[in-house]
Design a protein around this ligand. Structure first.
Ligand code: 48F
Length: 265
């Protein structure tokens, strides 16, 4: 059996029309999640499931952030008892280790976390970098400024486009890229961190890192909740390696805080 002949220009129209319809729908968001690692995908899934209009912007062509490579390219990640429900509820198979730890296949974990976020109603835009934020008259962040990662890499002079968001979640990992951009661009910006500035992560101490990550997940700048490794980086807390339960719990906390704030606005 041969496949139906499709005029190539119709394929072009299908793709552009579908992209345009969905992207226009995402120009006024409740929550813009920046970064599709474990914390961003978890926050997006939970907020979309609660009925909020959520989009995730990811600079790479792939989702999953630091999860794919597991620990030093061994494609396994370790999650503690306290967080394991957040991967079990998206269907990830779990191998119990001992002392309250579980091992999961990182490829399976990325795939199922991303699929569950999309199934819940979040859209994930890949290849798009958040290169700036929009701010209102009170210097509150009210949206994100987007460009293609390919444009940024090629250093082409191409103006970006912006989408509005009632809240932004910075889930950009070690770089805390959204907060760093605000620090660079908003004169006198003060953050809810120990120094009032973005401190940068400190060397590995997994126990301390995981102990603080949920409380460090908060609105550190008006309109921006920080989640995942970016939360530790903002506050100067340590990194934690391939033990990633804290990332999932932080994503859950970011979703809770965002929902509480959106509910009262
Ligand atoms: O780094 P990442 O996985 O963040 P996370 O959710 O989880 C961290 C763990 O994976 C691991 C770890 C555990 O101990 O430390 O690293 O905190 O995912 C962050 C994602 O954000 C994207 C980046 O490509 C990655 O996929 N990202 C970073 N900056 C931008 C961005 C940006 N400006 N615009 C769009 N995406």
């Amino acid at each position: 059996m041969s496949l139906r002949h499709v005029d190539e220009t119709r394929v072009t129209r299908f793709i552009v029309r579908s992209f345009a319809e969905d992207f226009i729908a995402d120009t006024r968001l409740d929550v813009a999640v920046v970064g599709a690692g474990p914390s961003g995908l978890t926050a997006a899934r939970l907020l979309a499931a609660a009925g909020y209009q959520v989009a995730v912007f990811e600079r790479n062509l792939h989702v999953g952030g630091g999860m794919w490579g597991g620990g030093m390219l061994f494609p396994r990640i370790v999650i503690q008892d306290e967080a394991i429900h957040l991967v079990k509820e998206v269907g990830v198979n779990v191998q119990p280790a001992d002392e309250g730890y579980h091992v999961v296949d990182s490829v399976e974990c990325v795939s199922k976390c991303a699929a569950a976020a999309v199934d819940a109603g979040a859209r994930i835009w890949i290849g798009m970098v958040v290169e700036d934020v929009m701010i209102d008259q009170q210097d509150r962040v009210c949206g994100v400024v987007l460009n293609w990662e390919a444009v940024q890499r090629a250093q082409l002079h191409v103006d970006p486009l912006a989408v509005s968001a009632r809240l932004v979640i910075d889930a950009t990992g070690h770089d805390a890229d959204v907060l760093r951009t605000i620090e660079r661009k908003v004169a006198g910006a003060q953050f809810d961190t120990p120094t009032g500035q973005i401190v940068g992560e400190s060397s590995m101490n997994a126990t301390e890192a995981e102990g603080h990550i949920v409380e460090l997940t908060k609105e550190v700048y008006p309109g921006v909740i920080v989640a995942g490794m970016a939360a530790n980086a903002a506050a100067g807390a340590p990194r934690m390696g391939a033990r990633v339960g804290g990332m999932f719990l932080s994503g859950q906390r970011a979703a809770q805080l965002a929902a509480e704030q959106l509910a009262v606005e």
